[in-house]
Each structure stands twice: as structure tokens, then as C-alpha cells.
Ligand binder design. Structure first.
Ligand code: NAD
Length: 260
């Protein structure tokens, strides 16, 4: 379905971004990976996912808190593949503290990586998408783009912000073949969330399994983690022709979290 298209997925060396990159590669899209840490393992996984289509995979190590790095990454992607047809703004970090104790430096980093980076990638990707009259921008927000939790001021502010950016981008392109939508996961058991499981285990003297149950029980009625594979399939749907007129939605995959 996505043969000949190119997808740039930010923060795709781990977790949800890697799951989305694999799902898009499985549909035939060439992939630009981005993110820190081991690159060879994720690259091999994405290549294997796209093997039947002979997809090509590149990596750019842009730090998403730096506008200059993001500009380099966009130029690199265009030089490698012609243009970015599918942009997945996924890179994100978390920090947990009450507002009065929240380190200002962590606030700035979360707003830069979880929100401002998406403004930069979007403004740089749009001209080529508009010229081709086809494009898909998928913002990985969170259920925290719709509702709040205590201790997560910067994250909730950034995620509400990216849902707003999603709507504006969708509206400005509403008469074109370029769509913009957000995905709002509940708990997904990635390194970002494992840190919060570890903190619960330490705080309450619990096993890893009991800490997971406590975390889910506080928020997620299904008592199940959403998986990167499920989120990847939602991204594939947003890229399909059936989603041509899906514009500006913030789509939960949250086990009922926001329905409460
Ligand atoms: P993760 O920690 O597994 O992966 C984060 C990715 O972002 C990694 O590839 C990492 O290298 C990259 N990254 C971090 N800082 C970066 C930077 N400055 N520049 C470039 N890349 C950077 O996290 P995840 O859980 O897969 O989260 C991915 C996205 O999904 C985030 O936006 C997060 O807020 C969102 N999300 C996660 C959950 C969850 O439960 N895990 C729920 C809702 C939303």
C-alpha cells in the first residue's frame, strides 16, 4: 500500500516509534529512523519488516531539542529519498514532579522535544507534501493530550499542545491531500513507562508484575497495555485511502482511560 513512499519517524530507535516504523515498512514505505542508542538492532528489525518490498532504511541522529539538527534531518531525508511523504512526530520524554518542584531545565526539554520539534518537522515537511498533493502527518500525542494527571505538568502541557497543532495543521490543509491526525495512547510498556513501573515498585515495595497492575489499575479500565504493534496498525490506517477525509482527530488507544 505504501510502496514508493517515504516515512520519517522521529524517536524510532525504541518503543512506539519503532513499532510504527516497522508497520509502515511492512506496507512498503522506505523509512528514515531517528533517535538515540543502538541503531543497528532497530534498523535490522525495520529492514526485516519491509523485506518483501525491498524497503530501504536510513537513520539520522538529530537531537529533537535542536532546530538546526531537525533542519539537517529534513534535508538528509529529502536527499536520500526525494521527499518525506509520511511524517510521524513521535520522539518524547517524560519527567514526573509536582509543579513547584519541577526543574525548569526539564520543563524546557519536554516542551522542546515533545512539542516544538513537531512544529519544526511539520513546517519543513509541508511544502513538498503540498506540492505532491499527498501527505500524512501523524502526531504521537497521548491520552495526556486529552486529560491530565498530577505530577506531569510539562508532559500534559506539551501533549495538549500537540493536539492543538494537529488540528491547526489539519485545517490549513483541509482541501488538499495532506492530512494531519494525532494518536493518543494510554499505557504502553516501553522504556519510558518501565521507569514509572520501577518507581512504583520502589515506592510501594512491590514486584515488577504487581507494580504494573497498580499502574494500570489507577488509570486504564482494560487492565491491559496498548502495544507498539497496535499503534503501528493505527498509523497504517491513517496512511490508507480510507482515511483520506480523517482530519484533525485525536484518536485514543487507551483501554478506556479517557472514557471515565
Ligand atoms: P521510548 O523511551 O521507548 O522511546 C523514545 C524514543 O525517542 C527513543 O527512540 C529515543 O532515542 C528518542 N528520543 C528521546 N529523546 C530524543 C531527542 N532529544 N531527540 C531524538 N530522539 C529522542 O518512549 P515511548 O514510550 O516509545 O514514547 C514514544 C512517544 O509516545 C512519546 O512521544 C511518548 O510521549 C508517547 N507516549 C508514550 C506512552 C507510553 O505509555 N509509553 C503513552 C502515550 C504516549
Amino acid at each position: 500500500m505504501l510502496n514508493g513512499k517515504t516515512a520519517l519517524v522521529t524517536g524510532s530507535t525504541s518503543g512506539i516509534g519503532l513499532g510504527i516504523a516497522k508497520a509502515l515498512a511492512r506496507q512498503g514505505a522506505n523509512i528514515v529512523l531517528n533517535g538515540f542508542g543502538d541503531v543497528d538492532g532497530p534498523r535490522a528489525e525495520v529492514l526485516a519488516a519491509g523485506q518483501a518490498h525491498g524497503v530501504r532504511v536510513q537513520h539520522h541522529g538529530a537531537d529533537m531539542s535542536r532546530a538546526g539538527d531537525i533542519e539537517d534531518m529534513m534535508k538528509f531525508s529529502a536527499a536520500q529519498f526525494g521527499r518525506v511523504d509520511i511524517l510521524v512526530n513521535n520522539a518524547g520524554i517524560q519527567h514526573v514532579a509536582s509543579v513547584q518542584d519541577f526543574p525548569a531545565e526539564r520543563w524546557d526539554a519536554i516542551i522542546a522535544i515533545n512539542l516544538t520539534s513537531a512544529f519544526h518537522t511539520t513546517r519543513l515537511a509541508l511544502p513538498a507534501m503540498q506540492a505532491a498533493n499527498w501527505g500524512r502527518i501523524i502526531n504521537v500525542a497521548s491520552v495526556h493530550g486529552l486529560v491530565a494527571s498530577a505530577q506531569k505538568s510539562a508532559y500534559v502541557a506539551a501533549k495538549h499542545g500537540i493536539v492543538g497543532l494537529t488540528k491547526v495543521t489539519a485545517l490549513e490543509n483541509a482541501t488538499t491531500g495532506v492530512t494531519c491526525n494525532a494518536i493518543c495512547p494510554g499505557w504502553v510498556l516501553t522504556p519510558l513507562v518501565q521507569k514509572q513501573v520501577d518507581a512504583k515498585a520502589a515506592e510501594h515495595g512491590l514486584s515488577n508484575e504487581d507494580a504494573k497492575k497498580l499502574l494500570l489499575g489507577e488509570k486504564e479500565p482494560s487492565m491491559q497495555f496498548t502495544t507498539p504493534e497496535e499503534l503501528g496498525e493505527l498509523a497504517v490506517f491513517f496512511c490508507s485511502a480510507a482515511a483520506n477525509n480523517v482530519r484533525g482527530v485525536a484518536w485514543n488507544m487507551d483501554g478506556g482511560w479517557a472514557a471515565q
